[in-house]
Design a protein. Structure first.
Lengths: 91, 245
């Protein structure tokens, strides 16, 4: 488990995710595989390591890991299931 | 859930510092020119990336201070040992360049169309995105009731002091309350101390008004205030938080 004093929150992931995806992932709702808690990615606890690690705000299980290298990125979503996005419908 | 527009991928854009304005001895506001800047909504942030001559890079996130649709204005407070904030506050000069990625973040944002009353609770430089909301409210001519509780160490550390004094007087439906944590000015009845349930009760909104609460500051501050708000009966999903470590 990470140092409790050192986390920020999932709002911080917005820029890194917008390099990969066309929508804002931080407003999507995800469910923790470990404890079943559901909430916006913005509310996760984010730790800076070799990459960005987002942990569940309820049980601190790892939800998402994102590592950016030169010319590529690695995204590990094993801790989160069923991301739900709000999308505008065509008028 | 926010129903955000489909935005397209985003990457780093060149930015040139245009002007600086001192806010306190440890903070200043930097205004950047960013070609093709798409505009932001209140509460969003940008990532700033600095690249040294040897190719070493460092990046941090900073909130936009200006009203929605306004210029790229960041108010940055120096963090002890902070390699990015130290440069932005003490060294970067107009004409110098960096890169920005943004605007980003759709969770900690305020929409002027939302009629719910708003409680803003700021700890230190956590005031910056909340200031964008206050400025957006004024520019939109909104009468949505706003209350700001600003926790800061001392009057000398407070950001935007004269503007907040003016807004509290002129912006209808805005109340501003300070919580000085170390040194309270003379004439202030509340002794120096952290935000507590009594202050949130007196200067905030009753939970049955169902306000949207925005809490921004250091992680410990945000955890403490969010717990107090939920303990006072505010629904957890009405308490939006942004922690900066």
């Amino acid at each position: 488990m990470g140092d409790q004093a050192s986390f920020v929150d999932g709002n911080e992931l917005a820029g890194a995710f917008r390099e990969l995806f066309a929508v804002d992932v931080t407003t999507a709702r995800g469910t923790c595989v470990s404890c079943g808690r559901s909430g916006e990615i913005a509310q996760t606890h984010v730790y800076h390591g070799p990459g960005l690690v987002a942990r569940c705000a309820g049980c601190e299980a790892v939800l998402v890991r994102l590592v950016r290298g030169t010319g590529r990125a690695w995204l590990d979503l094993r801790g989160v299931t069923c991301l739900e996005f709000g999308l505008p419908e065509p008028v | 859930m926010a129903r955000a527009a489909v935005l397209g991928r985003l990457t780093w854009r060149p930015a040139e510092l245009v002007s600086v304005r001192a806010e306190t001895s440890a903070a200043r506001t930097l205004t950047f020119d960013v070609p093709d800047w798409p505009g932001h909504v209140a509460g969003q942030h940008v990532d700033v990336r600095l690249t040294a001559a040897d190719g070493y890079t460092a990046q941090r996130s900073y909130s936009l201070a200006s009203a929605a649709g306004g210029p790229v204005e960041l108010t940055v407070q120096r963090v002890d040992g902070g390699e990015v904030s130290g440069y932005l506050v003490d060294e970067m000069a107009p004409g110098d360049r960096c890169e920005v990625r943004g605007p980003v973040g759709g969770y900690f944002t305020w929409d002027p169309e939302d009629p719910s009353p708003v409680l803003l609770v700021a700890g230190g430089s956590g005031l910056v995105p909340l200031m964008s909301m206050l400025r957006t409210r004024a520019e939109a001519g909104s009468r949505v009731p706003f209350r700001l509780i600003y926790s800061v160490r001392s009057p000398a550390d407070a950001l935007y002091t004269s503007e907040l004094r003016r807004r509290a007087r002129e912006d209808r439906g805005l109340d501003v309350e300070y919580a000085y944590t170390r040194v309270a000015p003379t004439g202030v009845r509340r002794p120096a101390g952290r935000i507590d349930a009594a202050l949130l009760g007196a200067a905030g909104w009753p939970a049955d008004f169902a306000p949207t609460c925005y809490v921004c500051g250091p992680t410990g501050f945000v955890e403490s205030v969010a717990d107090l708000l939920v303990g006072a009966g505010h629904a957890a999903d009405r308490v939006r938080t942004e922690r900066f470590g």
